[in-house]
Design a binder for this molecule. Structure first.
Ligand SMILES: *[C@@H]1O[C@H](CO)[C@@H](O)[C@H](O)[C@H]1NC(C)=O
Ligand SMILES: *[C@@H]1O[C@H](CO)[C@@H](O)[C@H](O)[C@H]1NC(C)=O
Ligand SMILES: *[C@@H]1O[C@H](CO)[C@@H](O)[C@H](O)[C@H]1NC(C)=O
Ligand SMILES: *[C@@H]1O[C@H](CO)[C@@H](O)[C@H](O)[C@H]1NC(C)=O
Length: 485
């Protein structure tokens, strides 16, 4: 049938022209908008146009079709003021996107898999789990790459699902609508730890501007600390991009990256009530080469937690609060060996959190947390703005004194200012047997919040030698061995 195909082609051509016109209109726009171009990847954002076309009935579902370089994230950012304010110039984001490797549009044809065509209803009450599993299977087995589309303005109710790899080719999950977790705990009997798992999937992009809702109230009420239920887990994924999503009300942790390599997570809004237990925003473990940027996180636990086996992790342009701050650790629980190195947290603003930037280790562990930079950070009414706690003890019984500890080494705090909600703005509680080594502070000025602002904030330091550079206030008392540069 030649006619529909011609029509189809004309449609596509028309859209392409419109897209170009649309994009060129931004180039001449004001400075604010031109920043966006740094963020929007070159070749890999697409589909909003295709989707509308599909809904108009021109593309059949589950067909191959040529991609257009239409950045769907433009839409998300303009619609959502929250993201817009967070956008910063960022050229390095482009790199991964290239690695994740969407080849130029002209040569590439992807398979589109719309979950609705696999029986998903998206009405918020019907269980769409089976439909999503079938759709994933179809997408993952496509040799030419695939985009699994979750349509907008719909609410898909899901039980736990594992999206397993390896897939035949590159794969994208485009979440335009809402994924909502079943809150029937019996649905989690087989695996009480997970809701959505991406397991062993390489060259994966998850994006779309939609919402992932962990529906966690029922978990928070039964707050039992034994199991860590996670909303979204990426396990063993290489070349991963997660961006332009709202993630909320996780059962416990919102997103966990485990054993992943080469990851970019950006433009994420993560929210849960301040009182929801253990709802870390972004958790990173055993993961190498990761960038987290332009994220707005407010939950009941750590905004970002980086634990054992993580190396080269950079978090920048982060707003955090409420929550427990940005943490490295906890490390060394139950006498375990832990290694974290090459962590950078820069350009962050923490508001009303119980900690600011924290390194926490248990007594009795071993290993090392090293080469850590916290820079350009603003604290607003933060309870423990700067803290190293090597006596971390998050259990009912008190922790016994032990000889071993995770070595904390080479940590620089640079350009940190703002207000402390507690009298001790800086607390370095390092291990007696393994004192902290090479701790530097450069231009760190913390004052007390509100009415207390007239009083001096304090620094309490043990088993650490701190080198101060530039203006540092408060400073560790001299008898603790602080030396001035
Ligand atoms: C992480 O990045 C570094 C520097 O770019 C590179 O040398 C290393 O091989 C990467 N690690 C992995 C596991 O790809
Ligand atoms: C910490 O990570 C290393 C790999 O870097 C692994 O060998 C070790 O078992 C991990 N320790 C724990 C307690 O998970
Ligand atoms: C902290 O520093 C930033 C950047 O220099 C500045 O905009 C902000 O007003 C400072 N905040 C406080 C409380 O000094
Ligand atoms: C270090 O932690 C121990 C145990 O929590 C506590 O008793 C001590 O006062 C702390 N020291 C500092 C300097 O914070």
């Amino acid at each position: 049938m030649a006619f529909p195909q011609t029509l189809c082609f004309l449609r596509a051509a028309l859209f392409f022209v419109m897209v170009i016109a649309f994009l060129s209109s931004f180039v001449s726009c004001d400075r604010d908008l031109s920043n966006l171009q740094e963020v929007v990847p070159l070749n890999h954002d697409h589909l909003l146009v295709e989707d509308q076309t599909a809904e108009n009935g021109y593309y059949g579902d589950d067909q191959y079709f040529p991609f257009q370089a239409y950045p769907s994230s433009y839409m998300n950012m303009f619609e959502d003021g929250k993201f817009k304010g967070l956008i910063q110039e960022k050229t390095d984001i482009l790199m991964t996107e290239e690695k994740v490797g969407m080849t130029p549009i002209s040569t590439c044809v992807y398979k589109k898999v719309n979950v609705n065509k696999y029986g998903a209803k998206g009405d918020g009450s019907h269980d769409d789990t089976k439909a999503f599993e079938k759709a994933w299977k179809a997408a993952c087995s496509s040799p030419r790459g695939a985009v699994m589309v979750v349509p907008k303005e719909k609410n898909y109710l899901l039980k736990p699902i594992t999206f397993s790899g390896p897939c035949k080719s590159k794969i994208t999950l485009q979440v335009l609508g809402t994924l909502e977790a079943s809150d029937d705990r019996s649905d989690y009997e087989d695996d009480e730890r997970h809701w959505l798992i991406f397991d062993g999937v390489n060259n994966l992009v998850v994006h779309g501007g939609g919402t992932i809702d962990g529906n966690g109230k029922i978990w928070w009420q039964n707050k039992c600390k034994i199991k860590k239920d996670l909303a979204i887990t990426f396990n063993d994924c290489k070349n991963l991009v997660v961006k332009d999503l709202k993630i909320k009300d996780a059962q416990q942790m919102h997103m966990s990256f485990e054993k992943c390599v080469n990851v970019r997570a950006y433009n994420l809004a993560v929210t849960a009530p301040e009182k929801s237990p253990n709802t870390d925003g972004i958790h990173v473990t055993n993961t190498q080469n990761m960038t987290i940027s332009n994220c707005d996180i407010g939950t009941g636990d750590d905004c970002i937690s980086i634990v054992n086996g993580s190396k080269n992790v950079e978090a920048m342009d982060i707003t955090c609060g409420p929550g427990h701050g940005i943490s490295i650790g906890s490390l060394g629980a139950k006498k375990s060996e832990a290694y974290v190195s090459g962590v950078t947290v820069k350009r962050a603003k923490l508001t009303g959190t119980t900690n600011g930037v924290r390194i926490k280790t248990w007594q009795g562990g071993s290993g090392c947390a090293s080469d850590i930079l916290f820079s350009d950070i603003e604290m607003v009414d933060v309870c423990n703005p700067i803290i190293i706690d090597q006596y971390y003890c998050d259990q009912d019984e008190p922790c016994k004194e032990q000889d071993n500890a995770v070595q904390v080494k080479n940590v620089l705090y640079k350009n940190i200012n703002g207000s402390s909600a507690s009298s001790v703005a800086i607390r370095f509680n390092c291990s007696k047997s393994f004192p902290c080594q090479e701790v530097f502070m450069q231009n760190v000025i913390l004052r007390l919040s509100g009415e207390e602002a007239e009083k001096e904030a304090k620094a309490e330091c043990s088993n650490v030698k701190v080198s101060n550079i530039g203006l540092v206030s408060p400073q560790c008392p001299c008898e603790e061995g602080e030396k001035k540069l």
